[in-house]
Write a protein that binds this ligand. Structure first.
Ligand code: SF4
Length: 289
């Protein structure tokens, strides 16, 4: 039987939970106690990564784990969790995001939030790092030159843009197209995780190192990240998913903006996409540009 919580600790836990909910994180799971000594009781929240280094041993040393030692008995479900229709569920997530001011990107010149676009039941999802100027102006991810190249890549896979779902790690444009900072990614990505858990794709393709590192919670160069599938469960969703969908395969390839700068790497990107196509049973219809 667990001992009653100290009122001060209970207050601190309630505060922390409110903070997580404000960030859009709703799901936590109990972790079996480690050996903290005879009779010791310890329950840990590993909601932030949703990723166990035990599943992928080679990542053990790469991943500083964010965890909070708290005891939680009752966890509020995500608002969209039991909504069967993904269109309605995505709408709930968008409403939850609101006119978001959760990270500093809201006051650094964004015109609008770029939520995501595409098929709410897509088998394939692409995730980039953040909106650029064109995306910020139009409110849709990947609509500029890089977006045109992504469209060509999708077409070469035998799909249309409207067949897939496209989103970014952060939903507001970083000023000057700088790389989104860690705190911005950590604040915004729970909403992406909820989108992925709603759409339930078979494959997620991370476009570029920023997306890959955030989705996989690992720090490695693109040369090591590419060329294989990872078992991916959206962070914070572990233990709350249906039996029918426990996660997706995740592949990493180059960001289309990088391919525009270094077209020699298009062949390598095409190899990554062919790996995905093989898994999804897709046949190519045209060569990637
Ligand atoms: S980037 Fe994400 S968390 Fe930051 S203000 Fe925009 S929507 Fe909110």
């Amino acid at each position: 039987m667990s001992s009653p919580l100290d009122p001060e600790l209970r207050r601190a836990l309630a505060e922390r939970l409110r903070y997580y909910h404000e960030l859009g994180i709703y799901d936590f799971y109990r972790r079996k106690p480690r050996n903290f000594g005879a009779g010791a009781s310890h329950t840990t929240l590993e909601n932030q990564s949703g990723f166990s280094s035990r599943d992928q041993p080679e990542l053990r040393e790469e991943m500083p784990r964010k965890s909070a030692a708290v005891a939680v008995e009752a966890i509020a479900p995500r608002p969209e969790q039991n909504v069967g229709d993904p269109v309605a569920a995505l709408r709930i997530i968008r409403e939850d995001l609101g006119d978001c001011t959760r990270c500093k990107l809201h006051k650094q010149g964004r015109k609008q939030i770029v939520f995501g676009v595409g098929n709410p039941r897509a088998e394939l999802m692409f995730v980039g790092e953040g909106p650029g100027a064109d995306e910020d102006a139009q409110g849709e991810p990947f609509v500029g030159r890089a977006g045109q190249l992504l469209n060509n890549m999708i077409k070469a896979m035998g799909l249309r843009r409207e067949d897939v779902y496209i989103a970014n790690v952060v939903k507001c444009r970083p000023p000057g197209n700088r790389t989104p900072e860690r705190d911005e990614c950590e604040t915004c990505s729970p909403f992406l995780m909820r989108q992925i858990a709603t759409i339930k794709p078979k494959v997620v393709v991370a476009l570029g190192a920023v997306a890959a590192k955030n989705l996989l919670a690992m720090n490695a160069p693109m040369s090591e990240l590419r060329g294989r599938f990872y078992d991916f469960t959206p962070a914070g969703m572990r233990g709350t998913l249906s039996d029918a969908w426990q996660g997706a395969k995740l592949a990493v390839t180059y960001h289309p903006a990088f391919l525009l700068r270094d077209p020699r790497q298009k062949g390598e990107a095409w190899k990554d996409l062919q790996m995905v196509m093989k898994y999804l049973g897709l046949k190519p219809v045209a060569k990637s540009e």
